[in-house]
Design a protein around this ligand. Sequence first.
Ligand SMILES: [Mg+2]
Length: 385
Amino acid sequence: MKIINIKTYPVWIGHRNQCIIKVETDEGVSGWGEAGLSGRELAVAGAVNHYREFLLGESPMNIDALWQRMYRSQYFEGGRVLTAAISAIDIALHDIVGKVLGVPVYQLLGGKHRDYIPCFATTGSPTYEQLLENVKLLLEKGWNVIRMGSAHIDWGDPRIFEPRESIGLTAEWFIKIREAVGLGPVLGIDYHHRLSVAEATSFCQRMPSGTLDFIEEPIRDESPEAYATLRTMVDIPFAIGEEFASKWQFLPYIERGLTNFARVDVCNVGGFTEAKKVAGWAETHYIDLMPHNPLGPICTAATIHLAAAVPNFAWQEVRVSPTEAQSYPDEEIFPIQHKLQGTRFPVPNTPGLGIECNEEYLKAQAFKFWEAPHLRRRDSSYTNW
Ligand SMILES: [Mg+2]
């Protein structure tokens, strides 16, 4: 069996571009993959097209060797663009091999550890009252792991973000939310790496210990040293890793105990091949995976198979819950996909990833330039989105 084509579809779907790829073989079996570097889809598609040149004619069965070849074939190895491209190809190759052998992808990863994949929900709101209502609605529907956003403040311009004003109000809201829901539910926040070390510390210190079960990306992740400093000043578990593009980026965070939930992203870290290594490494430090899953049904399917195949697992991110609506006609694009049952995904038994993609729909779509908001402080200086 040989790879005869790799197609890239960096196209606008719903409210964003998605970088979807298809690997075709001479035996008629094909596989789907997705790259996770949102906002830079054309760069990733370019990298996929480059790899295509030396993958044509290769056997899709040699996944691990092809991963090494893609990662190590260049002098300037690694980086988010290249690894997102490798991720998409690696996922598609697993889809192909699963289909050829007639087994779900998790069987290729060692078999399943669980019958269903528990998930967490995300919610936010412009007012405290609405946030409390959303949290109560989620709890009523069985979602007992809830990630919240920071308090929304009307600064008169959606491009403004003032960290100091945000942390005071957000802490105030969360103290009240914890009092309202009791000690049972798991509550966390994603601060979207918008704070400095000092701001993140002040935020955590404004709440009684135990208010939050995790804080996701309080600061940017370029510096494990900064996280090590923050670790000495706050006692909330960290959930970090969604931007990491290799096991080597996870290295200091796992080895030095700087992430407590590994937010591995299959579509960014290097596909299943790299994600399984990160999972094993995290297992040696008693760290559970809490995978990042913000894209479409291919990413969701890949994450389900990874989640099924590792012992150390907490919850999978989903962006569809009673407080988050689906934003695009995904049934038309992905006529077969994995659907939530309540708060969890059943572990599938169909071969490969278990999804089907409407290629004609993708062919009819175009790339649309989109840029994440460029946030500023009131003094006009640039700050993180
Ligand atoms: Mg995040």
